[in-house]
Write a protein that binds this ligand. Structure first.
Ligand SMILES: [Zn+2]
Length: 259
């Protein structure tokens, strides 16, 4: 009896050490806050960053991964929508968290999501800038290799797809190269900043965009990473393409093992 109890205790202890550690990091946005939920797996190879709170297929894909494909997850959470809200002087200001990594990006995203506002209080800009710095610092402290890796989802109707990067479409000047994989949905694709990685995904018949070396500065993380010579991978899949995105995560895991 005693022996069983001890082994049960040991088993419990083992599962605590082998399992996921969950922590929350809080960021100030004026009088509001937003949270980063951080899940750490002991055997993890890299930390995935989820900036858009409503893109949950990517989170489901992460949660559905087998134990031998282990990542950490750094997930921004506030209201379950794409944008975040900063409150200053009893007023709400919305912005896209993937447009805050440059001054011009912050300016444009505020204008886009707060129509009718002609002048933004200085405190709003200061708060968002500070959030951007603190967010990158918190993520960088938790990433395990040189790569910054984002996970995103898009919708079938409009939003982002591989075709946007192909001439003469809207983002074609943002891509140095595009590879369209046979038999793959155009909404499921990788975006990378390094040629080596582009060739890796292309070699595995995956849709992939190599970002231009001088992309338009829209304040997005991919542009920030290109400017700062940080290798970047975006794993972008259509909403509800959980199995596809799981497959894409496994491919990135394979890439990281040899980098
Ligand atoms: Zn997104």
């Amino acid at each position: 009896m005693k022996k069983i109890l001890i082994s049960a205790l040991l088993l419990n202890l083992a599962s605590i050490t082998a399992f996921t550690l969950k922590t929350e990091i809080s960021f100030r946005l004026g009088t509001k806050t937003c949270i980063a939920k951080y899940k750490e797996n002991t055997a993890s190879i890299a930390t995935l960053l989820s900036l858009h709170d409503n893109e949950n297929t990517a989170i489901d894909a992460f949660n559905g991964l087998p134990k031998d494909t282990s990542f950490n997850l750094f997930e921004i959470h506030q209201n379950n929508v794409r944008t975040l809200t900063c409150n200053v002087n009893n007023k709400n200001y919305e912005f896209d968290p993937n447009r805050i990594f440059s001054d011009s990006g912050i300016d444009s995203t505020l204008k886009k999501y707060n129509t009718g506002v002609t002048k933004f209080p200085k405190a709003v800009i200061t708060q968002i800038k500070a959030f951007s710095t603190d967010l990158l610092k918190a993520y960088n402290e938790r990433k395990q290799n040189k790569y910054t890796i984002s996970i995103h989802n898009n919708t079938n109707e409009g939003a982002l797809s591989l075709t946007d990067y192909i001439k003469p479409n809207k983002y074609h000047q943002e891509a140095k190269a595009v590879f369209t994989a046979e038999g793959k949905d155009l909404d499921d694709f990788f975006l990378v900043t390094e040629l080596n990685d582009f060739n890796y995904f292309k070699g595995l018949n995956e849709n992939v965009v190599l970002q231009s070396e001088n992309p338009t500065d829209d304040g997005s993380l991919s542009v920030y990473c290109a400017k700062n010579k940080i290798p970047y991978i975006n794993i972008e899949a259509e909403n509800d393409h959980k199995e596809e995105q799981k497959g894409m995560l496994k491919i990135v895991y394979g890439l990281l093992k040899i980098r």
